[in-house]
Design a protein around this ligand. Structure first.
Ligand SMILES: Nc1ncnc2c1ncn2[C@@H]1O[C@H](COP(=O)(O)OP(=O)(O)OP(=O)(O)O)[C@@H](O)[C@H]1O
Length: 275
């Protein structure tokens, strides 16, 4: 693993605090994990722990392996070396137990199903596979309210804006009460105002639900605004370059104009220049 670049007081040097095995109390734990596509090493020697309830923004140059890291955690690609656990469980076991959920850049809603039916979809698929899911249609309605879409339960996806569709995708991801939420540039295709609003809503959801979030973004500002930590990957091969703990005095949109916020952004920009 690459070293942390500096030890400034605002920066956590703790890339990892676990000694290695079993459920260390971390939401996600990667130990010397490697992903290979044929001969190409996409991720190399990744060792990092995500604390329960943390919000981890993930930055890095294009092609460095950010999406692959989320796919590794979510059992969509296998580790060819090393170990990945979610709350102490191997990723396949965690997937079957629905310990995590994924939100992609594209909301991937079923176009013929209403908002409510889309949010309820994981309950139906879970039932078909014999997985007991402790959630009901009332929970779906509550989540729809939480993401600000009360009154739109019967709407079809094409009747919604891009931001609304992403809200539905977030509600759908939360219906099975995952412990870990993996988000791959979920707001990347949205205009800045919508993105700002969804950033604030996501922070509320994160605080209320206690879910651990891993959030890929290309925006340094978004990474700092949302994250309790920013994990930066370097490219060729993808590896951990830095983990910075973010300690902001508050998280209103206006924080982005303050020196404390800009100091984090400046530091991360310098880290990215080395990736
Ligand atoms: N299924 C695959 N087969 C072969 N190579 C792959 C596969 N998936 C990803 N890669 C390669 O792995 C590397 C990392 O890809 P990944 O999509 O994880 O990067 P990223 O950091 O998310 O990129 P971006 O910021 O552009 O979205 C890239 O070089 C990509 O071409």
């Amino acid at each position: 693993m690459s070293a942390v670049l500096d030890q400034a007081p605002t920066t956590s040097s703790a890339l990892t605090s676990a000694t290695g095995t079993g459920d260390s109390g971390h939401a996600v734990s990667l130990r010397n994990a490697q992903v290979r596509f044929d001969r190409f090493v996409a991720l190399q020697d990744i060792s990092v722990d995500l604390e329960q309830g943390g919000f981890y923004s993930i930055l890095g140059p294009s092609g460095c392996g950010k999406s692959t890291l989320l796919r590794l955690i979510s059992d969509l690609v296998p580790a060819d070396r090393g170990e990945v656990t979610i709350h102490g469980k191997p990723t396949e076991e965690a997937r079957l137990a629905r310990e995590f959920a994924f939100v992609f850049q594209d909301a991937t809603l079923l176009p013929w199903r209403s908002v409510l039916a889309n949010v309820c979809l994981p309950l139906e698929t879970g039932r078909k596979r014999g997985v007991a899911i402790n959630a009901t249609e009332d929970d779906a309605r509550r989540l729809i309210r939480m993401v600000g879409l009360e009154g739109r339960e019967k709407a079809l996806p094409h009747e919604l804006s891009g931001g609304m569709r992403q809200r539905v995708a977030i509600a759908r991801a939360l219906i099975c009460k995952p412990k870990v939420l993996l988000m791959d540039e979920p707001f990347g295709a949205l205009d800045e105002m919508t993105r700002d609003r969804l950033n604030l809503e996501l922070l509320d959801i994160w605080r209320d639900s206690g879910v651990t979030v891993a959030f890929v973004t290309h925006s340094i500002s978004e990474a700092v605004f949302l994250g309790t930590h920013v994990l930066t990957l370097a490219a060729h091969p993808g590896r951990v370059r830095d983990l910075t703990r973010i300690e902001l005095s508050h998280r209103n949109i206006d924080i982005r104009e303050t020196p404390e916020f800009n100091a984090y952004c400046g530091r991360l920009r310098r880290v990215l220049e080395t990736c």
